[in-house]
Write a protein that binds this ligand. Structure first.
Ligand code: ADP
Ligand code: MG
Length: 309
């Protein structure tokens, strides 16, 4: 038994490292089409984390030279604050996240985390500080417990269950005959888009990163679940003092943030608190809000009608 346990443990740790690497690389984003390999500078230093301020300074970037996605984008996400990035679909919201993660480097301008140009720090240290709930979360062919634990491999069962409760997924898991040991993924239980999102949120909450991005992370949830879940997320993030960024095009989910950055045509069009942006009836934000409120009202009426049926 002793002889066997050594190589098995070794293999186990390699396997775990591989999975961790996959997660940190955020396989998470559809990375298949990333051709340019970004590498550390020879003298790259670990990121000196000081609270998690993120600055984009005149950032210009395009996936193809002929088409700029971001054009002189300038904004600040203050340390420890809760910030929203909103804008029409295709306006470059997820691109901001990919640039911050250094899947690509900027064409001009710079991105700073706590005052350090991210091209000068090691990619590993940068990615370690940032948790992401991507727009589309991959599940591993493994148990629910292990899928969540990928957020932080050394977390205890109790910690896994606690975040699952906070992500409002625990009731559902506990109803399954095999509970947390239920296999999910392609070869396991098929779970809905909303369940997958709650699993991804559990995972990132377990990671306890000082910076957390939620990229349309609650888009598949119904209004009530989304509201309750966001409250839990906000309170947990306050406890951890993390800087949090909510990328969304549904504005109802971002009204309670400290600051909203409105992106349009690759640049920051407006920014400020929800109240401030709404106060200007000529603002793009005001118009977005108005049109969505009417839509939301219609949706809610529809949801109610379904309940009555
Ligand atoms: P958002 O998240 O705001 O909806 P994205 O940042 O994902 O927008 O995308 C912005 C634009 O960049 C879109 O027009 C999209 O089609 C394009 N885009 C995104 N990823 C790639 C890629 N890997 N290669 C080429 N174009 C891309
Ligand atoms: Mg997006």
């Amino acid at each position: 038994v002793f002889q066997l346990s050594v190589p098995l443990n070794f293999l186990g740790s390699v396997y775990r490292d591989l999975k961790q690497a996959l997660l940190d690389m955020e396989n998470l984003f559809q990375l298949q089409d990333v051709k340019v390999k970004i590498q550390d500078k020879p003298d790259a230093k670990p990121l000196q984390f000081q609270g998690g301020e993120i600055k984009f300074e005149n950032v210009t970037f395009g996936y193809h030279p002929s088409r700029k996605i971001l054009q002189n984008a300038t904004f600040t996400i203050p340390a420890g604050q809760k910030v929203a990035i909103v804008g029409p679909s295709g306006s470059g919201k997820s691109t901001i996240l990919r640039l911050l993660f250094r899947f690509y480097d900027v064409e001009s301008g710079r991105i700073l985390v706590d005052g350090q140009d991210i091209r000068d720090v090691s990619i590993e240290s940068l990615r370690k500080s940032i948790g992401v709930v991507p727009q589309d979360t991959p599940l591993f062919n493994d148990t629910i417990r292990n899928n969540i634990r990928y957020g932080r491999l050394e977390a205890t069962d109790a910690e896994v269950e606690e975040v699952t409760r906070r992500a409002r997924l625990s009731n559902l898991v506990e109803q399954l005959p095999e509970g947390y040991e239920t296999k999910v993924g392609e070869r396991g239980l098929m779970i809905s888009g909303g369940e997958k999102q709650r699993l991804a949120i559990s995972r990132v909450l377990l990671k306890k990163s000082p910076i957390i991005f939620f990229d349309e992370a609650t888009s598949a949830l119904d209004t009530e679940t989304e509201k309750a879940l966001l409250q839990n997320i906000h309170s947990l993030i306050r406890e951890q003092n993390s800087t949090s960024v909510f990328i969304a095009h549904r504005l109802r989910t971002v009204a309670e943030t400290d600051k909203i950055i409105v992106l349009k045509d690759g640049a920051v069009l407006e920014e400020g608190s929800h109240q401030k942006l709404l106060a200007d009836k000529n603002s793009f934000y005001y118009n977005l809000w108005e049109s969505q409120e009417n839509l939301a009202l219609a949706e809610e009426l529809e949801e109610e009608a379904q309940v009555i049926e």
